[in-house]
Design a protein around this ligand. Structure first.
Ligand code: FES
Length: 544
């Protein structure tokens, strides 16, 4: 008996077939769209909204709870809940990203003898791959020169199963591990084909691959069961390195070519942190230096007194755009700069200069700094709407029970179709993220006996680490040792470190030694962490 299928139009540009009972979320993924689904399809976050038509099963209880009667009447559905019962169609409301692969045009300085990691001059090409919770990045690297022949970025397709590691783990435990793994491997495979085409080399010619990422992502990709990471004592299925034949992982590569990770240290300190620490040079002697990888899970590595310590703080994905009402990843059109100009007007910039379509992490941090400087945001995080002041006309609500909002962009401004605003709830999410990062850094430094004033450098890695305004970061109290001159942005250091290790045996050896020497520090049970976290959620009252 052939299984019944229906025709589903997604965004009016893709027609796919679906089986009865499939959700619109699943169908959108099939059509090449990743829809924001912070709760992993549990029906609690409301992020997967779509305007739908055609034959669908009636709204679920979760939809009736999160959507108003008027919205339901006008065809708004939660894609994770709406199940297909016949031909149908759906349009998402700015909350879906395509699975396209784009050029990851971030600067990369190949390793050199100055850093002690000169390429070994092997002929051929290799791959450096960073599997982030939100974004995947990969580089095709000339093994002889260390130069990047092409670089690619794409959304992590697992995003539809939840924005953070915890939701991916719970999806894996409830039977979704296969879906997580196959989607990820398929996307990496497509990225490698894309890189080969761009780099003008034969797909399947890569002689070696170095893969970094957090322990959950690496476990899923390399075929391990990550469920031990989900609960105390947060044990990863492997520590140190893992390796496999690249082709067995779906990576187009030369026959017999191996894909290996850099060392994993603990359940939440992975090869990405080791790689970023390598790139920051924390394995070399020097004064106290702190590296923070500003991801969903903020990994921190501290070098001090001849020892290297590491911890991870559950910052959550607020600075990557999730759990924020107008949140966006750092993609074209995302508001990434917000500042008060000298004449008191608000100056807003977007990635690529495109019409504003959302707010990414750097824009959120800037906006909070503007609110603090203008007196509209109290140290406690309470947003008020003053009657005058430079941005008074952009603040609304706060009375009669309505939520206060700061309208960074109003419809029509800069060509925006929708407003880009931050709400009181967004500010609470940002406080949780910045509180976790600051308290994590302070607790780690206290354990290592390091005073913030003695820090020689704070390296910031991750997607935010390209364009974050260090003054804004300091203004909101994100960083310890608040001195702009010691803050250094090192971009996607995890990918860069992987590329270094790809071409240099010395870099691989340094990464191995680094992994062996890191002392893992568990924050959740550390004395003083909870108190520091509570205090670190507050914003600095005034830095002037
Ligand atoms: S409500 Fe969260 S994914 Fe649908």
């Amino acid at each position: 008996m052939t299984e019944k299928t229906y025709r589903i139009d997604i965004e009016g540009r893709a027609a796919v077939r679906a089986r009865p009972g499939d959700t619109l979320l699943e169908v959108a993924a099939e059509a090449g769209l990743e829809v924001s689904a912070d709760c992993g399809g549990a029906g609690t976050c409301g992020k997967c909204r779509a305007r739908a038509g055609g034959l669908l099963e009636p709204p679920s209880d979760a939809e009736r709870k999160l959507l108003s009667a008027r919205e339901i009447e006008s065809g708004v559905r939660l894609a994770c809940q709406a199940r297909i019962s016949g031909d149908a169609g759906a349009v998402f409301e700015g909350n879906a990203v395509s699975s396209e692969i784009t050029d990851f045009c971030m600067e990369y300085e190949p390793p050199d003898s100055g850093r002690g990691h000169a390429p070994d001059s092997e002929r051929g090409f290799g791959l450096a791959i960073d599997i982030g919770t939100t974004t995947l990045n990969a580089r095709l690297v000339d093994l002889e020169t260390g130069r990047a022949a092409a670089s690619a970025a794409s959304a992590n397709p697992q995003r539809i199963y939840g924005a953070d590691v915890a939701s991916r783990l719970s999806f894996a435990v409830s039977g979704g591990l296969g879906a997580l793994r196959s989607g990820l491997r398929r996307r990496v495979s497509r990225m490698v084909e894309w890189l080969a085409e761009r780099g003008g080399v034969e797909a399947g010619a890569a002689k070696r691959s170095i893969v970094v990422g957090n322990p959950t992502m690496l476990s899923v990709f390399f075929g391990y069961d990550p469920s031990g990471i989900g609960a105390a004592p947060f044990t990863p299925p492997f520590t140190g390195t893992a390796a496999a034949l690249a082709r067995e992982l779906g990576i187009p590569a030369a026959e017999g070519a191996v894909a290996e990770t850099l060392p994993v240290v603990a359940g939440y300190v992975g090869a990405d942190a080791v790689s970023a620490a390598l790139r920051a040079g924390l394995h070399r002697p020097g004064g106290p230096r702190l590296m923070i990888d500003l991801g969903t899970n903020a990994e921190m590595v501290l070098a001090a007194g001849g020892e290297i310590w590491a911890c991870a703080a559950a910052a959550g994905p607020a600075f990557e755009g999730a759990h924020i009402s107008c949140g966006s990843t750092a993609r074209e059109g995302a508001v990434d700069t917000v500042m008060l100009s000298e004449d008191g007007t608000l100056a807003v910039g977007t990635i690529g200069g495109a019409a504003p379509e959302g707010l990414c992490g750097t824009g959120l941090i800037d906006a909070l700094a503007v609110l603090l400087d203008s007196g509209a945001l109290a140290a406690s995080g309470r947003l008020t709407a003053p009657e005058d002041g430079p941005i008074a006309d952009r603040l609304s609500g706060g009375d009669l029970g309505s939520q206060p909002e700061f309208h960074i962009v109003r419809p029509g401004e800069m060509g925006a179709r929708r407003p880009v605003s931050i709400t009181q709830q967004d500010i609470r999410e940002a406080q949780l993220a910045k509180g976790a990062i600051l308290a994590g850094a302070e607790t780690l430094m206290a354990a290592a006996g390091v005073d913030a004033a003695s820090l020689e450098a704070v390296y910031l890695a991750g997607a935010l680490g390209y364009s974050l305004n260090s003054k804004s970061a300091i203004r909101i109290g994100l960083l310890p040792g608040a001195r702009p001159e010691i803050v250094k942005f090192i971009g996607n250091a995890a990918l860069d470190g992987a590329a270094d290790a790809l071409v240099s045996a010395k870099a691989r050896e340094d990464a191995r030694l680094l992994g062996d020497s890191i002392r893992y520090f568990e924050l959740s049970s550390a004395p003083g962490f909870a108190d520091r976290f509570a205090a670190a959620m507050a914003f600095p009252a005034n830095l002037h």
